[in-house]
Design a protein around this ligand. Structure first.
Ligand code: DC
Length: 226
């Protein structure tokens, strides 16, 4: 039986995670947050003070790496080599380090099969940068979300202010632009829409509007019975 896969790609801060989680809950399908894997490996590398530019060293250390996802008190907890790293996973230093290690072809190759193996019945929602282009080119539905760097910076700024952090919007915008530049211009699996992806600009839409648009596509492609 062919397991249906929906891919959701796009740049950082565009709302992929929220959309992917909601879709997986509504469909009752598995969820692959591929960025979390790159982030977890970045934490592992930072803990060991590895040179993030040294591809061969990073690859040689893979057998020492382990990542576990647990649900504890109804919350997702991420462990890297038995250390709970949940509070570090979403930090900017983790995201930018993940983006650096993600440009190495041998690292991407090592993670390729791990990601493909997540496609099990009844279906998978895969969130990342190259889910529709490289990892699941046969996906039943490919979504590519976009929004300008300014819009994404403003959303992130508001989230951090609400969380009580003191932040500078110009710095957030600079970090987003640097990460976009690295993710779009790397030699392997760069961030580009698949030729058959549906591109949705989320700049002027609410999360619910984006979800409803994607849900209609799920129905149109007969991924569920309407
Ligand atoms: O989606 P995210 O912000 O959690 O991803 C962190 C970094 O990991 C991102 O800047 C680039 C890298 N990444 C990737 O190269 N390929 C993926 N499929 C997912 C993430």
């Amino acid at each position: 039986m062919v397991v249906p896969v929906v891919t959701i790609d796009g740049p950082g801060g565009v709302g992929k995670g929220t959309l992917a989680l909601k879709l997986s809950q509504k469909l009752g399908w598995h969820l692959l947050d591929s960025g979390a894997i790159y982030r977890a490996y970045a934490i592992f590398a930072l803990n060991q003070e590895l040179d993030l530019e040294n591809e061969d060293l990073l690859v040689a250390k893979i057998p020492e790496f382990s990542m576990t996802v647990n649900i504890e008190a109804e919350k997702v907890q991420i462990y890297v080599c038995n250390e709970n790293v949940t509070s570090r996973l979403r930090l900017e230093i983790t995201g930018s380090s993940a983006s650096i290690i993600a440009k190495h072809p041998k690292i991407r190759e090592a993670l390729f099969h791990y990601q493909r193996d997540r496609a099990v019945s009844p279906g998978l929602i895969a969130d990342g940068r190259d889910m529709g282009t490289v990892v699941f080119p046969e996906a039943s539905l490919k979504i590519f979300l976009t929004a300008s760097a300014e819009v994404r910076a403003e959303r992130r700024y508001k989230e951090l202010i609400c969380a009580g952090e003191s932040v500078n919007i110009a710095q957030i915008l600079g970090e987003i632009q640097m990460r976009d530049e690295r993710d779009q211009n790397r030699s392997v699996s760069p961030l580009v829409p698949a030729h058959d992806a549906v591109i949705i600009d989320t700049s002027d839409s609410t999360r619910d509007e984006v979800f409803n648009q994607v849900w209609q596509l799920v129905i149109d492609r007969e991924l569920i019975k309407a």
